[in-house]
Write a protein that binds this ligand. Structure first.
Ligand code: IMP
Ligand code: MG
Length: 183
């Protein structure tokens, strides 16, 4: 679906699908360059990062392996609970591998700082983070994010994998959800 299909639910379109694709290509070029000659495992965080993983992985020129993890930090609301649970763990062994976590969004940074520490405890050669979106709060947390697509305002956004109560993930752009939808 596109922004016209949900126009009453969006306050504003932040990034069109073309803008997302263009930025994804730039991130992929940086990753290709930084990981040249390295064995990389990209880890997608379900479910939000599905679209980012699909497009970022295809924009990469190098051979990579892909794995998935599911964690939960939010219920169906719009505020972080601060509690992280592993719903699905990785299949891959991380020992001596270069791991790149791929996320849709970093808000408080709680999920990612927990996840990074968790993966670092498994003996990898390195663990880095790539996120398509980052909110201002996250910039205050001391977590080192190597690749950021866009810094965005502190608003609840949906689309391109990001949901509100499991809806809007299949929206092709990223938009600010109108408050009347969740208030
Ligand atoms: P954090 O722990 O606060 O950084 O939250 C990270 C997770 O919360 C993300 O992986 C998303 O699933 C979810 N999240 C945070 N902000 C938004 C948003 O604006 N829209 C949709 N989901 C969000
Ligand atoms: Mg979510």
């Amino acid at each position: 679906m596109d922004s016209q299909d949900v126009k009453d639910d969006l306050e504003e379109v932040l990034f069109t699908s073309e803008q997302i694709q263009a930025r994804t290509k730039e991130l992929a070029e940086a990753i290709d360059r930084d990981y040249a000659d390295k064995d990389v495992l990209i880890v997608g965080v379900l479910k939000g990062a599905v679209m980012v993983m699909a497009d970022l992985s295809r924009a990469l020129k190098s051979q990579i392996a892909m794995d998935w993890m599911a964690v939960s930090s939010y219920g169906s609301g719009t505020k972080s609970s601060g509690v992280v649970r592993i719903l699905k763990d990785l299949d891959a062994d991380l020992m001596n591998r270069h791991v790149l976590i791929v996320e849709d969004i970093i808000d408080s940074g709680l999920t990612l700082s927990w996840l990074k520490a968790n993966l670092e405890s498994r003996g990898p050669a390195s663990v880095e983070i790539c996120t398509l979106l980052r909110k201002p709060e996250a910039a205050k947390v001391s977590i080192d994010v190597k690749y950021v697509g866009f810094d965005i305002p502190n608003k609840f956004v949906v689309g391109y994998g990001l949901d509100f109560a499991e809806k809007y993930r299949n929206l092709d752009c990223i938009g600010i959800l109108a408050p009347h939808v969740y208030e």
